[in-house]
Design a protein around this ligand. Sequence first.
Ligand SMILES: Cc1cc2nc3c(=O)[nH]c(=O)nc-3n(C[C@H](O)[C@H](O)[C@H](O)COP(=O)(O)OP(=O)(O)OC[C@H]3O[C@@H](n4cnc5c(N)ncnc54)[C@H](O)[C@@H]3O)c2cc1C
Ligand SMILES: NC(=O)C1=CN([C@@H]2O[C@H](COP(=O)(O)OP(=O)(O)OC[C@H]3O[C@@H](n4cnc5c(N)ncnc54)[C@H](OP(=O)(O)O)[C@@H]3O)[C@@H](O)[C@H]2O)C=CC1
Ligand SMILES: O=C(O)C(=O)Cc1c[nH]c2ccccc12
Length: 416
Amino acid sequence: MGSCKEEEKNDQQPKWLWVNGPIIVGAGPSGLAVSACLKENGVPSLILERSDCIAPLWQRKTYDRLKLHLPKQFCQLPLFNFPENFPKYPTKHQFISYLESYAKHFGIIPKFKQGVKVAEYDEVSGFWKVQTEEVQYLSKWLIVATGENAEPVIPEIQGIDKFKGKVMHTSGYKCGTEFNNQKVLVIGCGNSGMEVSLDLCRHNATPHMVVRNSVHILPREMLGISTFSIAMALLKWMPLRIVDKFLLLVANLTLGSTDKLGLRRPKTGPLELKNATGKTPVLDVGALSQIKTGKIQIMPGVKEITKIGAKFLDGKEGEFDSIILATGYKSNVPSWFKGSDFFTEQGMPKTPFPNGWKGENGLYTVGFTRRGILGTTNDAKNIAKDISEQWRKYKGFCKNFCTTRNLVSDSQGICF
Ligand SMILES: Cc1cc2nc3c(=O)[nH]c(=O)nc-3n(C[C@H](O)[C@H](O)[C@H](O)COP(=O)(O)OP(=O)(O)OC[C@H]3O[C@@H](n4cnc5c(N)ncnc54)[C@H](O)[C@@H]3O)c2cc1C
Ligand SMILES: NC(=O)C1=CN([C@@H]2O[C@H](COP(=O)(O)OP(=O)(O)OC[C@H]3O[C@@H](n4cnc5c(N)ncnc54)[C@H](OP(=O)(O)O)[C@@H]3O)[C@@H](O)[C@H]2O)C=CC1
Ligand SMILES: O=C(O)C(=O)Cc1c[nH]c2ccccc12
C-alpha cells in the first residue's frame, strides 16, 4: 500500500490521503485476490474494508457447518493454492484459514473499519475520490470488490413486525441449538434455506420451508464426481443447453422427480438460469432426503405473518416459534458509488460477462460475474494485467507528485 497524506493544520485526522496505486473497496476473497495479482505485477494497492477483519462474510455471516459446495480446485484464489491436505470440499474454517494465509503470504494489510460512504470520479482532477467516515482517499484507479452478497435481502412481508417469536436472516444463523424442539418457518429455498433447514433437523427442530416459486436441485456429486466438475468439463465440448439437459437427466435419475415433493423445476435449465439471472441451483447435501421423509415440510408462498405464525397463499395457516429469512443477498454498490452509469440499479455491472470487470477512467470490478470464486480469479488476473501496463508509465508521476508536494513516504518507501 502506498499513499500520500496531507495533514489538516489543527486536526489529528488527515484531510485527504493520496493513494499511490489502486484503491480496492472490500477485503473479501475478491479484494485479496486482486491485491495479490497486482503485487505480483509490482503494483501497490490499498484495500478499504468496512469490517475489522478480512472476509467477514465467511467469518461472521455464515453458519458453522458450512462447507464449500464446489470442489477445492474451483475455489482457490490465484497464485497460491490450498494446502495439499485440504479435503475435496473444505470447511468454512479451512477456507478462512486459507484466506488468512493468503493475505499473509502476499503481505496484504487492509485498512479496517473504513466503510466507503461515497466514491465518485472527479473529471477535473482525473482522480477517484473515495470517502469514508473520516478520510477522503484519492487515486487514479478504483476497484470495486464489495461482492454480490454485501447486504442481506430482507423482504417486506405483511405482518412480520407483529410476530412474537424470533425473526432472523440466515446471515445471523450459526447453528440450530437455540431452535431445539421449535417449529421454524424458513422462508426461501436456495442453498441457504436448504442447508439451514437441514441443520435445524439435526438439532431436533421442525423446519417448514417456503417455496414460493420454482427451484433446481442437483446432486452435489454424480457417481462420485462433483456435478460442477462434470458441468465444467462438458461445457468445453458442448453448448450450455445440452449440458443442462444432461445434468437434469442425471439429476432426475438419481434424485427422482422433485416436482412431486413441491419443488417444481424452472423451465430454463440450471446453468442457463445461473448465467441469465444469477440464481444458483441448489447442490444437495442432504436436505432432499429430509424433505422426502417429511422432516422438512414444504410450504407455499406466505400471504401474511401473524402474531403466532403464518397464513399461506393456499389458505392454510400454521403456528411457528421462529422465522428464518433465507431470502438471499444483494450488492450494495448503488448506496455508495455515484456519478456513473456503469452499474445497474441492482449494483451489478451492466456490461455482460466476461467484460464486466472494466469500466471507464480507471474503474474496475472483481467478483461480480455470478461465477463464485472462479469468476473472481479471472477478474483479478485481467485487472492486474490491465493496471500494470498503465502503472509502468505512471509510477514516475506518482513519485513526482509526492516530492513536489513535500508529502510523507511510508515504510514501504512508496511515496506515503
Ligand atoms: C453462504 C455462502 C456460501 C458460499 N459458498 C461459495 C462456494 O462454495 N464457492 C464459491 O465460489 N462461492 C461461494 N459463495 C459466493 C461467495 O460470496 C463468493 O464466492 C465470495 O465470498 C465472494 O467474495 P467477494 O470478495 O467478491 O465478496 P465478499 O466475500 O462479500 O467480500 C466483500 C467485502 O466487501 C466489504 N464491503 C462491502 N461494502 C463495503 C463498503 N461500502 N466499504 C468497505 N467495504 C465494504 C464487505 O465487508 C466484505 O468484506 C458463497 C456465498 C455465501 C453467502
Ligand atoms: N455451501 C455453499 O457453498 C453455499 C452457498 N451458498 C450461496 O450463497 C448465495 C446466496 O444463497 P441464498 O442465501 O440461498 O440466496 P438465494 O438468492 O440463492 O435464494 C433466495 C431464496 O429466497 C427466496 N425469496 C426471496 N424473497 C422471498 C420472499 N419475499 N418470499 C419468499 N421467498 C423469497 C427466493 O425465491 P425466488 O427464487 O422465488 O425469488 C430463493 O428461494 C448463492 O450463490 C448460494 O449458492 C449459500 C449457502 C451454502
Ligand atoms: O455457491 C455459489 O454461490 C457459487 O457461486 C458457486 C457457483 C458458481 N457457479 C455455479 C453453478 C452451479 C452451482 C454453483 C455455482
